[in-house]
Design a protein around this ligand. Structure first.
Ligand SMILES: *Cc1c(COP(=O)(O)O)cnc(C)c1O
Length: 319
């Protein structure tokens, strides 16, 4: 599917998701506002079903499959939130999901994905190519491949989180969004352009994986090796062919933050807002904290993208 998604696709996705996704809460905090010097609105997708916004894109994409495609089932390769999103969406829509995951994926993630009824196909991440395994399964068994970000229905679905945010709080001066492959950022930008045309939209990625910033500023998709960062949901190697042009057109700039800044943001989420946020979900707020002097007096939106983290690892990071 190569036709780029539009705002109307975001609206249609919101209709499909109405009875299935949580309309997640928007949290505010006087303490945070005083610290940042701005009015910050947190859209809490860590409280979405399966713990991240990825449910929105996966469910929207799966709902659009034909009866024949539904009968054959879907395949995805991911060890993270996209796997669980596809598995849960398939269960709700009564389809079989096959998830290609590395043998050394965290046991909690494998268990969660299997818990949603998915079939797990393991592979060796050092010697085997998951793209090829996924493509072979799609080929041999007629499965439909659901990519994590570079797909029009996935982008449109992800845009429904920002759509809900604007519909709840009205126009904003700036919106900060975590950036991996760009599905969430592109969808959010589509929503912002219609609902709050003056709103500046910023992507935020880990400093160790600044391909998005370089691509945005240079005008060409930059490929990098898998970056070393605690933000495992943003360990992508490049933006997508569909996400990149939307980001170039509708996004204001891309910022980066360090892993140390992610941990500090995670601490504020825990101590002040009383919410558990995974490292990748802290990207946007970490950038707001860093850029606070430039944001004085503004109305700001922050997409808190997910909350899935092993509690032992969470404790170790905060210690
Ligand atoms: C996947 C993911 C992201 C990045 O989303 P993209 O659409 O790939 O840019 C950010 N945060 C969390 C929690 C994720 O799971």
């Amino acid at each position: 599917m190569t036709v780029p998604p539009t705002f109307d696709d975001v609206l249609a996705a919101a209709d499909r998701l109405r009875d299935h996704a949580h309309p997640t809460p928007v949290l505010t905090s006087r303490r945070v506002d005083a610290e940042v010097g701005a009015a910050v609105h947190f859209k809490c997708e860590n409280l979405q079903r399966m713990g991240a916004f990825k449910f929105r894109g996966a469910f929207n994409a799966l709902s659009r499959l034909s009866a024949e495609q539904r009968r054959a089932g879907v395949v995805a390769y991911s060890s993270g939130n996209h796997a669980q999103a596809v598995a849960l969406s398939a269960r709700i829509l009564d389809m079989q999901a096959t998830i290609v995951m590395p043998h050394d994926a965290p046991a909690s993630k494998v268990a969660a994905t299997r818990g949603y009824g998915a079939r797990i196909v393991g592979y060796d991440r050092y010697t085997e190519d998951r793209t090829r395994i996924g493509a072979a399964l799609a080929d041999e068994q007629g499965l439909t491949l659901v990519p994590p970000y570079d797909h029009a229905d996935v982008i449109a679905g992800q845009g429904t989180a920002a759509l809900e945010l604007f519909d709840e709080v009205g126009e904003l001066d700036a919106l900060f969004v975590c950036l991996g492959g760009g599905g969430l950022l592109a969808g959010s930008a589509l929503a912002a352009r219609e609902r709050s045309p003056e709103c500046r939209v910023y992507g935020v990625e880990p400093e160790a994986g600044d391909d998005g910033q370089r691509s945005f500023r240079g005008g060409e998709i930059v490929h990098i090796d898998t970056p070393d960062t605690i933000a495992d949901g943003a360990q992508t190697q490049h933006l997508g062919r569909l996400t990149f042009p939307i980001i170039r057109r509708d996004v204001t700039d891309v910022h980066t933050v360090t892993d140390a800044e992610l941990v500090e943001a995670m601490r504020v989420f825990a101590s002040t807002l009383k919410i558990v946020v995974e490292p990748t979900g802290c990207l946007a707020f970490a950038a707001v904290r860093r850029l606070a002097p430039e944001l004085a007096g503004l109305r700001i939106g922050v997409i808190v993208s997910g909350g899935n983290i092993d509690l032992g690892r969470y404790a170790a990071l905060l210690r």
